[in-house]
Design a protein around this ligand. Structure first.
Ligand code: GLU
Length: 447
């Protein structure tokens, strides 16, 4: 068995494509199939090496690898041979309509209540008309002549799918400048690389109907197909521009999320299995089954991604983050500190906030020196434990009659120099008796 992930390097790897990649990759690993990374770069103007590299980076970051890589740009000679064959067999025909003329045709069909299917006018051009067009400087584009017959397949996700050839426009396979288009290159490559299963988004369903006839025209048996429904936002609407274009690069560099949070969510979204935290790809592979994916639109919720992210951090051992902490300038942060703050993290970067307020230096903010003096006097002696904060603040409350914000805010400001930050019961332990005392003592300078 062999599958492929075929991104077009015209942008970064976004969340929807990353999902297709992951499901294809999991299918390969779960079925001991080969995984081909195919770069669909026939659109020379929009394809960029920068994007190709970023897509590869994104796949690697998520924990994927590939057994083989191909670039369509390197295969133009092969497409040329197949084009000749299709022309000889009468399955490709030259068309001379300009983009404007085609748009006009569609408009007039729609206004008459007809589906906007190409009317094959160019198929009936006389020799004379063709000579005239070419004299005008028109270059033909080429369409694949579909057979007007039923097209059927059993989709691994959608079940039985049926199209009528007559309901589809003959797809354009070659541009005016002679360059081949996606449909043609994709089908030729799927044949030549021996692809057995094509897994892709449901936006390709009607393409598949055309592709099946193209496989047959090229003398090959079509592969199996699985069309995954596209992600929606959490209300079930189309993914907004921001979410739809959410790139794996942003998730990694801006949101600083853990790759396994993304994997955990994308591997289960749209399946009959519950979403759960995975920290080891082996477990994701072991639980993968393409038949668990349904036709229902999966809802992508960034809050869920964050929840998974924090759960993963709460389980992450120190040795797995040590290098990253060091790169964040937290080389002195040790295993004990990591274990103490880990349960409070939503993202790894939150650790800096805890580290800075715990280790200082901080400039205590003391607006009411008398109150802080009282609090200092009541500060329990070491050793401290998780009940120290509660015991201490209860005592302060009793003595001063303060409660709520009036009680906690001045303590927070004196201990951390800030009016927001990590939870104080846990933070107090990380600050420790010595530093806490020293910070509270600053009431003297404030008096
Ligand atoms: N390059 C195409 C895309 O990104 C590939 C689709 C396919 O899997 O055939 O949509």
């Amino acid at each position: 068995m062999k599958v492929r992930f075929a991104p077009s390097p015209t942008g970064y790897l976004h969340i929807g494509n990353a999902r297709t990649a992951l499901i294809t990759w999991l299918f390969a690993r779960a079925n001991k199939a080969e995984f081909l990374l195919r770069i669909d770069d026939t659109d020379q103007e929009r394809s960029k090496t920068e994007y190709e590299l970023a897509i590869e980076d994104g796949l690697i970051w998520m924990g994927m690898d590939w057994d083989e890589k191909a670039r369509q740009r390197d295969r133009l000679d092969i497409y040329e041979t197949k084009i000749e064959q299709l022309k000889k067999d009468g399955r490709l025909y030259a068309c001379y309509e300009s983009a404007d003329e085609l748009a006009l045709k569609r408009k007039s069909q729609l206004s008459r209540g007809l589906p906007p299917i190409y009317d094959r006018e160019s198929l009936n051009l006389t020799e004379e008309q063709i000579v005239k067009y070419e004299a005008e400087g028109r270059q033909p584009h080429w369409r694949f002549k579909l057979e007007h017959a039923p097209i059927e397949w059993n989709d691994l996700v959608r079940g039985d799918v049926k199209f009528e050839g007559a309901d589809l426009s003959d797809p354009v396979l070659i541009r005016e400048d002679g360059s081949p288009l996606y449909h043609l290159c994709s089908v030729i490559d799927d044949i030549e690389y021996g692809i057995t299963h094509v897994i892709r988004g449901e936006d390709h369903v009607s393409n598949t109907a055309c592709h099946i006839q193209m496989f047959e025209a090229l003398g090959a048996k079509p592969p199996e197909f699985a069309h995954l429904p596209l992600l929606s936002d959490k209300e079930g609407g189309k993914l907004s521009k921001r979410l739809g274009s959410l790139s794996i690069k942003d998730v990694r560099d801006e949101d600083e999320l853990e790759p396994m949070a993304v994997v955990s969510l994308l591997a289960r979204l749209g399946t009959s299995d519950p979403i759960e935290v995975f920290t080891d790809m082996k477990d994701v592979i072991a639980g993968f089954d393409i038949s668990k994916f349904s036709r229902g639109t999966p809802k992508f919720d960034t809050e869920e991604l964050l929840r998974l992210n924090s759960k993963i951090l709460h389980e992450t051992p120190f040795e797995d983050v040590q290098v990253r902490l060091s790169n964040m300038g937290l080389g002195d942060l040790d295993e004990d500190f990591w274990k103490a703050v880990r349960p409070n993290l939503e993202r790894l970067r939150d650790v800096s906030e805890w580290w800075n307020v715990a280790k200082g230096p901080v400039t205590p903010v003391i607006e009411e020196p008398e109150f802080i003096k009282d609090a200092l006097e009541l500060l329990p002696p070491a050793p401290w434990d998780e009940n120290t904060w509660m015991g201490w603040t209860n005592a302060v409350k009793e003595k001063t009659g303060r409660k709520g914000k009036q009680l906690f805010m001045p303590l927070r400001q004196a201990l951390t120099g800030m009016d927001h930050g990590p939870e104080l019961d846990k933070l107090l332990l990380l600050i420790g008796p010595e530093k806490a005392k020293e910070r509270l003592m600053s009431y003297k300078e404030a008096a």
